[in-house]
Design a protein. Structure first.
Length: 656
């Protein structure tokens, strides 16, 4: 089935320009008013409420040597006084409602036990029960995956597939997360590398393993970390998430509908795709079918205008989700960060993509070229109720205007949160590649609202790894660490620095990913035991031991593997199940399943689900963009933290 004729005809009829060249009408601030071109009146930031997913309590039970651990979600709008009771096989095993945790260890539980969580005293007129769950035999949920068939490139080279990055969203509105799984061919390429690649496939699965759909991006989308950025979010507020992707001629949705010309092949002899139409498509999350397609902006134009003539810098794409009006999520797609940088934002209105604004460094000024990272953060850094894009070394305001520019240049990692709770607002910790631009600062810790550099870590070369989180209880706030000097990217040598800039140690933990895993408020180290001969690693979670300046192993995920070679990423990390602590998902070694690992460590810490904090939730949405980065919330989690306020949110979709 072909969609190209009707799409192209409609574009030409409306604009006189073929779809591949047509740009959607510029309708500033048109979203969510129902009246194109109408700018809604500004609202008092204190009255803004952000649309979030209407989630269930996601109870999860795991059989352990101590019995059965059971945990569940505390939701964003739950009262502080809400209590919970746990029923095993219909019998209440917690006579007094639990109000200081969202997990229990049931020493009398067995593999045959069935658990229900009862919510009490939440002011909703009646007590509510969750669905029943039985214990997992292991500490992960195993989702069976449908691995694509092997292929052969036009020059006769075979390739295979492995499960790569993933994300989560409630695609069907049932309050449970689905997994959106990307398949990477074994010949996926960095933009700097020549060669053909196999097609990229994107699947959706329910947590019980039911496959919902598959999208085939086609031969005209090259495979690699910088080409396909998947956003899954409820952009229109109907309670069901949509999925947005950069598409091209030959992209096929789950129903078989083809975008553009199914027979087109724009690959050149080096495997690059430097001609032909480019599109941005929003798919219905429940069905994987096309909702709307527009021309991708900005167009590539002259390849050399992005910094080289062979196709490296022209195809550096990022994407993100932000609450640009303070209440509804918008999507952002971009092109370029080494030289020219362009960000374009859209709202989804009545099933159509409506452009909000465009930021173009060619128009903003040369100082804004080359400041983007391989990733980004999204947060309301200026405290006006609306989100900004912390786009590497510069930050773009909610209206598409520059907020500030540190001029520190490109980097590979960035972390934005309330990293120093003694200071007002948020902070950003980032690493830097160009020593001439950064002034031999390998990493900087800055005020996220102003760009003021508060402290830095010195370096003599490109610093490719850096992380920030509270891993040492002796120092207030989060620590930041990065490889320094002339050390290799994965070296344990660098600097570990307190939130106030105090040098703690020159031995550092791995700087790939962080997660809240055990029972305390400190964050743990997510990494892998890397095997260079296999170009993959066995996933691990460790605790930083501040006394020995080394990492103590908590989990070794045997039978699973890390993603993205030396970067050692999980497929997705988020608060997917149970209490506020994070789940970490890795594929099995043979990609036959995705394993969502959940902690069984007891804890008396009770926090609302991190997924109802929109800084964390939008961080999950952009987590897998280009070089994966772990999510952070808007508030500080760590030793001595203050209890966060009830989030100013409203649940999307029909009331459950």
């Amino acid at each position: 089935m072909m969609a190209s004729a009707s799409l192209a005809a409609a574009a030409i009829a409306l604009t006189g320009v073929p779809l591949a060249q047509a740009a959607p009408a510029q309708l500033p601030q048109a979203a969510h008013t129902g009246l194109p071109g109408v700018v809604p009146a500004a609202k008092d930031p204190s009255t803004l409420k952000r649309q979030v997913e209407n989630l269930d309590r996601a109870p999860v039970a795991v059989l352990t040597d101590q019995g059965v651990t059971v945990s569940w979600r505390m939701l964003g709008l739950d009262k502080d006084s809400v209590g919970f009771q746990v029923l095993r096989d219909g019998v209440n095993i917690t006579p007094e409602p639990i109000r200081n945790a969202t997990m229990v260890v049931d020493p009398d539980g067995t593999a045959a036990s069935s658990y229900v969580i009862k919510t009490v005293g939440n002011g909703q007129g009646q007590d509510k029960l969750t669905e029943a769950v039985t214990p997992l035999a292991q500490n992960y949920v195993a989702i069976k995956l449908d691995k694509p068939a092997d292929g052969v490139t036009p020059d006769g080279k075979p390739y295979t597939y492995s499960a790569n990055d993933a994300t989560v969203a409630d695609l069907d509105g049932d309050g449970k997360y689905e997994v959106i799984q990307t398949w990477a061919p074994s010949n996926a390429k960095d933009n700097s590398q020549t060669g053909y690649t196999g097609n990229v496939y994107v699947d959706a699965y329910k947590l019980d393993g039911t496959k919902l759909w598959r999208i085939d991006l086609g031969r005209n989308i090259r495979a690699g970390a910088h080409y396909t950025q998947v956003l899954a979010y409820d952009f229109d507020g109907d309670g069901k998430a949509e999925v947005s992707l950069k598409t091209a001629d030959g992209t096929r949705d789950a129903a078989g509908t083809v975008i553009g010309n199914a027979d087109a092949d724009f690959r050149n002899s080096a495997g690059y795709i430097l001609s032909g139409p480019e599109f941005l498509t929003v798919f219905k999350g429940a069905t994987g079918t096309i909702m709307d397609t527009v021309a991708y902006e900005p167009p590539r134009g002259a390849v050399a205008s992005w910094g080289d003539n062979y196709g490296n810098r022209v195809d550096r794409f990022l994407a993100g989700v932000a609450y640009l009006d303070g209440e509804h999520p918008s999507m952002m797609v971009s092109r370029g960060y080494y030289t020219r940088t362009v960000l374009v934002t859209y709202d989804l209105v009545d099933g159509k993509l409506v452009k909000r604004w465009t930021f173009d460094s060619n128009l903003a000024g040369d100082e804004y070229k080359g400041q983007g990272n391989h990733n980004l953060s999204v947060a309301d850094v200026d405290q006006d109720g609306k989100d900004e894009f912390v786009f590497g070394s510069m930050t773009i305001d909610d209206n598409g205007q520059p907020l500030y520019n540190t001029k520190l240049g490109h980097g590979d990692a960035i972390h934005t949160s309330d990293l120093d709770p003694s200071r007002p607002g948020l902070e950003t910790f980032a690493v830097h590649e160009s020593m001439s631009q950064s002034g031999n600062r390998g990493a900087t810790f800055r005020d996220a609202a102003t760009g003021e550099v508060l402290w830095s870590i010195p370096a003599a070369r490109d610093t490719g790894r850096g992380a920030a989180g509270d891993i040492d209880p002796r120092y207030a706030g989060a620590e930041g660490w990065a490889v320094g000097g002339a050390a290799a990217w994965d070296s344990p040598v660098g600097q570990l620095v307190s939130a106030k800039g105090e040098l703690i140690a020159e031995k550092i933990p791995a700087a790939n990913f962080l997660a809240w895993w055990d029972g305390d408020l400190l964050r743990e180290i997510v990494d892998h035991d890397y095997d260079a001969t296999l170009s993959r690693g066995v996933p691990t979670i460790s605790k930083w031991n501040w006394e020995t300046e080394s990492s103590d192993r908590l989990l070794t995920a045997e039978g699973a593997r890390s993603n993205n070679t030396t970067k050692g990423n999980p497929s997705i990390q988020a608060d997917i199940l149970g209490d506020w602590r994070e789940e970490v998902a890795w594929p099995s070694t043979d990609s036959s399943e995705l394993r969502i690992y959940t902690t069984t460590a007891p804890t008396e810490v009770r926090l609302r689900t991190l997924m109802h904090d929109t800084v964390y939730r939008t961080a999950v949405a952009r987590e897998n963009v280009a070089y994966n980065q772990p999510p952070h919330p808007s508030f500080f989690i760590g030793e001595g933290m203050q209890a966060p306020a009830i989030p100013a949110v409203v649940y999307a979709g029909p009331k459950k």
